[in-house]
Design a protein around this ligand. Sequence first.
Ligand SMILES: [Zn+2]
Ligand SMILES: [Zn+2]
Length: 192
Amino acid sequence: MSVLKPPTHSINRSNKMSKLHLLRTCQYCQSLFIPKHHSHYKHCSLSCRFWSKVEIGPHNKCWIWKAGCFTDGYGLFKIAGRLKRAHRVAFQLSHKISPGPAQVLHECDNTICCNPDHLFLGSTQDNTADRVKKNRSARGSKNGSAKLMEADIPKIRKLLFQGFTQETIAKQFKIGQAMISSIKRGECWGHV
Ligand SMILES: [Zn+2]
Ligand SMILES: [Zn+2]
């Protein structure tokens, strides 16, 4: 009976050979990998796919989400067809714990920031209290929180078109210049 079995090492070799053409280089970490799913052929892992969309900078600066956003200004990241908030994914990937039902809050008040050092866990009440406090204290200051209405987006695009600087527009709408920049690049609010 055993005589009929082909030698196992030749099977392994032919399997390896047939998979070589599937090998790809991760566009983020440069490691070689075989994609499990044809739609995820650019990155070796969820983590690499996620961080490739973040403008990673020094720890004391905001790390800006470069891809699409929800209408409320939070970054949008798709996992297996489900829409996730980018800052929550950033928290989960870097702290290796799921925020579960808790809110992930920004101490920098920049909704598109994914710097784990700027994220902390809180309750919905904390979030509301935090926003009220920040809005109150930031009123009239250049650190005003990002509070954009959908109706503001066409106005901002028009001002950009007219040649106003990003800094001027950011001041007028009391939002960060990074937000104006991403609106200009069409990364946030692309649907408006
Ligand atoms: Zn990778
Ligand atoms: Zn930040």
